[in-house]
Design a protein around this ligand. Structure first.
Ligand code: LRH
Length: 487
């Protein structure tokens, strides 16, 4: 019997989950849950990193009261980081990737390096949120901060450092920076030099599922918990989710649904060519040095943000209620491109959607149900476009689409995705990032042999749901309209 704690922090909430492995299946149990609300001060949007670490400690205390924990591991969203000075002090609160400091930084980078060269070396999708553009903005506007910085640690690595005092960078999270050479799997120092980014900030890269140390004696004393191992799993939540995809086949398509939708496939090595660059598909790193060839698509963010806005107006609905209203709304009224620039920032999302529809000469969704339906249909259609792009690049056909993550609690979204992609959807587990975090800890401890065995265990631990495509004709027509809208 092995008991491990998974700390899984997403862009809107985090949780501490206990994973118990009896040699055959994994049982997961929630120990502690907390919100992850960004804080804006003087126009800068920060993560409340100390509060987040406090919440992880709360999880440790609660778990320690009842269980003997073998190991712990952290996974979080990608791209963001904290800076430490020489003595190891955190210099400032980490800034949120949705902060405006990266505006225009992509163009700025392209003054010093061509788009082709940048893609060829990193294999990463171009997104202004990427670490490279965040650091670039520091070189332009916060040079004095960079001068004081000795080490840059991405969020899961920063948490690992807080737990152990060890400063390393885990491979999967490093691959979200757009500063890693995808083929060499090492920091791209040449690229850093071309962009004026100091390479001394970056620490040694360790593979996913590496033992990095023990919980520090100070923390054990403070929290009155026993010593345990600290593992760098896949620090990147997307890669934890991918490790938990219960696929039997070697070649499969997955869609991890949370604040972001990550759609792609797993490859032995990165796929970097003119076509993948044109389609802006990323090659991120995962367990076993594998490449996940995927696209970051705006996900449930639009629904989360709309809901937040309606709450502000005094209209609070659960996600289940929103789904019900969407179900009762008129189909195929209007669509949006979820990745259109205006939707990436916080604000009045319902109005932004209406404005988009007005501007593009479509019907304007007035009620809550119409807005939520528009988002769900648009997401499903976007998934279809991305699926086709991936198929074109890999020259593979896929028998099913594996959906994992919190978003699959929306049966409507799963069904729409199956319809739009005209593909069977296998949905589950909801807690994929947690399962992935747990199995990677088990692999690091030698309790599970490899990813194949890990996926078998997950298949046995939780039965996924299946959705068959329906309404092919209407969705094909919708797809034509959607493609026109985006062209
Ligand atoms: C999803 C995710 C995604 C992106 C974004 C910043 O949680 O990690 O893969 O990198 O957050």
């Amino acid at each position: 019997m092995k008991k491990v704690l998974a700390f899984d922090i997403g862009a809107s909430s985090g949780r501490v989950m206990l994973g118990t492995f009896d040699g055959d299946t994994i049982k997961i149990e929630e120990i502690h849950r907390f919100l992850n609300d960004p804080v804006v001060i003087n126009k800068t949007m920060y993560w409340d990193i100390l509060r987040l670490f406090y919440e992880l400690k709360q999880g440790l205390i609660k778990a320690g009261l009842k269980h003997k924990i073998d190991s712990i591991a952290v996974d979080t969203w990608g791209v963001d980081f904290g800076l430490l000075d020489k003595a190891g002090y955190l210099l400032e609160n980490p800034v949120h990737y949705r902060d405006k400091r990266t505006e225009g930084m992509l163009e700025k980078a392209l003054e010093d390096i061509s788009r082709e060269e940048l893609y060829e070396s990193t294999g990463n999708q171009f997104m202004e949120i990427n670490t490279v553009f965040q650091v670039l903005s520091l070189t332009k506007f916060r040079k004095e901060l960079l001068d004081r910085a000795d080490t840059l640690l991405l969020i899961p690595d920063l948490m690992n450092y807080f737990f152990t005092g060890v400063k390393v960078t885990e491979y999967s999270i490093a691959s979200t920076t757009q500063l890693l050479n995808a083929k060499e799997r090492t920091w791209d120092v040449k690229l850093m030099k071309a962009l004026g980014i100091p390479d001394k900030l970056f620490t040694t890269i360790v593979p996913s599922a590496t033992w990095i140390g023990k919980l520090s004696p100070d923390i054990c004393k403070e929290l009155k918990v026993e010593e345990c191992e600290v593992i760098a799993v896949a620090g990147h939540d997307t890669q934890c989710a991918l490790a938990a995809v219960p696929a039997k086949e070697e070649d499969f398509i997955f869609l991890s649904c949370g604040t972001w939708s990550l759609m792609g496939t797993e490859l032995e090595k990165p796929l970097i060519n003119e076509k993948s660059n044109r389609y802006n598909i990323t090659n991120e790193g995962g367990y076993g040095g594998r490449a996940s060839f995927l696209k970051n698509i705006t996900g449930l963010w639009m629904i989360q943000e709309s809901r937040r806005w309606w709450i502000k107006e005094g209209r609070e609905y659960s996600f289940g209620e929103l789904e019900k209203m969407a179900k009762e709304s008129q189909p195929f009224l209007c669509f949006v491109d979820p990745d259109s620039e205006e939707f990436s920032q916080t604000g009045n999302m319902p109005d932004k959607i209406r404005e988009y529809c007005r501007r593009t000469g479509q019907e304007v969704p007035e009620g809550i149900g119409a807005i939520v339906r528009c988002i769900n249909e648009s997401l499903a259609l976007k998934y279809r476009l991305v699926l086709d792009e991936i198929k074109e690049c890999t020259k593979q056909d896929y028998k099913a689409l594996y959906m994992v993550g919190g978003g699959i609690q929306s049966k409507l979204l799963c069904q729409f995705t199956s319809d739009a992609c005209n593909l069977k959807v296998i949905a589950g587990p909801v807690e994929a990032t947690v399962y992935g975090n747990v199995v990677l800890q088990l692999i690091a401890a030698g309790a599970v042999k490899d990813l194949k065995e890990a996926r078998e265990i997950i298949r046995k631990s939780e039965e996924p749901a299946a959705y068959e495509p329906a309404g092919e004709k209407e969705w094909e027509l919708a797809l034509v309209r959607f493609k026109e809208l985006l062209s």
